[in-house]
Design a protein around this ligand. Structure first.
Ligand SMILES: Nc1ncnc2c1ncn2[C@@H]1O[C@H](COP(=O)(O)OP(=O)(O)OP(=O)(O)O)[C@@H](O)[C@H]1O
Ligand SMILES: [Mg+2]
Length: 233
């Protein structure tokens, strides 16, 4: 099936001193596609995600968003791009502890120039659908780990980004809560027409995605079809 490409990495190389974190990686993400990245610790998963997301500049290769190169942009343009076209969900500690949940979600909208009142109104609409009704005024320290990650999901999606990047987003949660949260992340991303790149060690999470690739020693190798993963266990 032909799928239009949203984000593409071509020949990505990234070195840290003598370490070759990425050794010439190519990867294309389809519109609306949920892609899981798996692989051993230190294999280059986070480096790949950071290069694709414009957080890190590759030493060689290209990253294209809807056909336009983003790796050659300056830091200011890439930072603007991350704020407007991408959403991020990381492991924990990404919410500002002194702000109520609704303002944490509203923050990217305010950074985009929306008034505080409008931004908070828009932010509040996410709480019910994500099972967070009544939590709008709580600070992150007054939320459970799973609730805090759902607030982070709302914050990632509130600007209507093209791509959501998630690096081990449920690594700090117990398995049940982690699965609920990941399921919600995949569903909410799809529902909003965004694509998803998620780094995970969890086979169950990978099975919810449309495609899995494995990173080994800085190379991407196509993984098994998600529905085949863990089929026996
Ligand atoms: N800032 C850095 N400075 C030096 N080496 C780095 C840096 N970031 C990553 N590396 C090295 O690059 C390689 C890939 O790291 P990366 O963080 O991408 O791995 P990973 O697959 O995300 O691992 P994990 O599953 O443990 O998060 C590793 O050998 C790591 O030590
Ligand atoms: Mg990592």
């Amino acid at each position: 099936m032909a799928m239009s490409v949203v984000l593409e990495g071509v020949g990505l190389v990234k070195r840290f001193g003598p370490t070759v974190a990425l050794g010439g990686v190519g990867l294309a993400l389809g519109r609306g596609e949920a892609l899981a990245i798996m692989g051993p610790s230190g294999s280059g998963k986070s480096t790949l995600l950071h290069c694709l997301a414009g957080i890190m500049k590759p030493d060689a290769g290209e990253v294209r968003l809807l056909g336009e190169r983003i790796d050659t942009l300056g830091e200011r343009r890439r930072s603007e791009l991350r704020r407007t076209r991408f959403g991020f969900v990381f492991q924990f500690g990404q919410l500002l502890p002194e702000l109520p949940a609704e303002e944490n979600v509203a923050l990217p909208l305010m950074l985009g120039g929306l008034s505080r009142g409008d931004a908070v109104r828009r932010a509040r609409e996410w709480f019910g659908p994500l099972g967070l009704g009544g939590m709008e005024g709580r600070r992150p320290g007054e939320l459970s780990g799973g609730q805090a990650q759902r607030v982070a999901i709302a914050r990632a999606l509130v600007t209507g980004p093209a791509v959501i990047f998630a690096d081990e987003p449920t690594g700090a949660l117990d398995q049940g809560t982690g699965h609920d949260t990941m399921n919600l992340l995949v569903e909410a991303t799809k529902h909003n027409g965004a694509s998803l790149v998620v780094v995970t060690h969890d086979l169950q999470v990978a099975r919810w995605c449309d495609r899995v690739v494995e990173v080994r020693d800085g190379q991407v190798i196509p993984g098994a079809a998600p529905e085949m993963i863990g089929a026996t266990g």
